[in-house]
Design a protein around this ligand. Structure first.
Ligand code: F6P
Length: 351
């Protein structure tokens, strides 16, 4: 834990407390832990690399934690040098592996994780992931008074307080590539193609990929009813005397996803030849785009700077190309809405 003049400070029982003792100036962070958790995202490796190198640059030791919070509970920890993160910036996935842990949601699980923190003499934790990762990190930080810094790594781009999350740009490009290819068949066979896109509860990937791919419609949870959106899609195709159309459907916009939408269209418009493609985990893989690599590199360095700035329980974000620190609570609890002009542009451009 944080050491005062090389000595361990008293462990304060702060469970459930919101009035934390703030260890500030006197305590020097000597060792950080870094983990990736939740769904993997392209660019996570670039973030691990940046965190590691920025820490070492500042004479801070790095303990890499494998398999997210599960590995933290199980003590799967290895010390990293700069060589451990060589040759990974271009790789998708995460060299640290990832997991979703139910056990970490329990006080007993977090106690096991804390035992690892003490054993490994980790003073602060950097967690790379999305909403679930930050939720766990925030509770852990409160319970055990340990600085936790979040780096947003998720293809969903659904975290409030940051214009972009690591992996979003790459996933967007993957989706657009796939839709471009599907359009060839849609046009040749005069079909309606429904393309199911990931995003958890958010429509950022769906809407922006729809704009970039020139789709006829985007069905997203944040806007108009599914029925309305489908009518728009079919109507636009007809108005343009097109017998083919591409409709991007956010995975949770309708129960049953794009296949349920297909059934609905086949019922109401039997004249259409409909096919559904579920892009699935293809969207999470692949080499990160240059944009994601740069974002991850900046955010990784900023996470270490945040610790040097004595920040805790914050997410590193990017707004108008400037690095910002956002309280984890706000990042998790505030709903990030899609931009009105983006939705409007979609409506204009699909006529
Ligand atoms: O959060 C990333 C994400 O890919 C979501 O878009 C999707 O809903 C979910 O993870 C899928 O999770 P899993 O890989 O556990 O099936």
């Amino acid at each position: 834990m944080l050491r005062l003049n090389g000595m361990r400070p008293p462990l304060v029982a702060i469970k459930g407390s919101h009035t934390l003792t703030t260890y500030t100036m006197e305590y020097k962070i000597q060792t950080i832990g870094v983990l990736t958790s939740g769904g993997d995202a392209p660019g996570m490796n670039a973030a691990v690399r940046a965190v590691t190198r920025a820490a070492l640059y500042n004479n801070i030791r790095v303990k890499a934690v494998y398999r997210g919070y599960k590995g933290l509970m199980d003590g799967e920890v290895a010390e990293f040098t700069t060589q451990n993160v060589s040759g990974i910036i271009q790789r998708g996935g995460t060299i640290l592996k990832s997991a979703r842990s139910e056990e970490f949601k329990t006080p007993e699980g977090r106690k096991r994780a804390y035992d690892t923190i003490v054993r490994e003499q980790i003073d602060a934790l950097i967690v790379i992931g999305g909403d679930g990762t930050f939720t766990g990190g925030r509770v852990f930080a409160q319970e055990y008074n340990i600085p936790v810094i979040g780096i947003p790594g998720t293809i969903d781009n659904d975290l409030w307080g940051t214009d972009a999350t690591i992996g979003y740009d790459t996933a967007l490009n993957t989706i657009v590539d796939c839709v471009d290819k599907l359009r060839d068949t849609a046009t040749s066979h005069e079909r309606v193609f429904l393309v199911e896109v990931m995003g958890r509860d958010a429509g950022f990937l769906t809407l922006n990929a729809a704009i970039a791919a020139g789709a006829e419609a985007a069905v997203i949870p944040e806007r108009a009813t599914v029925a309305e959106q489908i009518e728009t899609a079919i109507g636009q195709g007809r108005r343009k005397s097109k017998n083919s159309s591409i409709v991007l459907v956010q995975e949770h916009a309708v129960e049953g996803g794009a296949l349920a939408v297909q059934q609905e269209i086949e019922k109401t418009h039997p004249e259409y030849n409909v096919r559904t493609t579920i892009l699935g985990h293809l969207q999470r893989g692949g080499r990160p785009s240059a944009k994601d690599r740069i974002l991850a590199s900046r955010m990784g360095c900023a996470a270490i700077q945040a610790l040097l700035d004595e920040q805790r329980s914050i997410m590193v974000g990017i707004q108008n190309d400037e690095i910002v620190y956002v309280p984890l609570t706000k990042a998790i609890r505030t709903k990030k809405d899609i931009k009105a002009d983006t939705w409007h542009a979609m409506q204009i451009l699909c006529i």
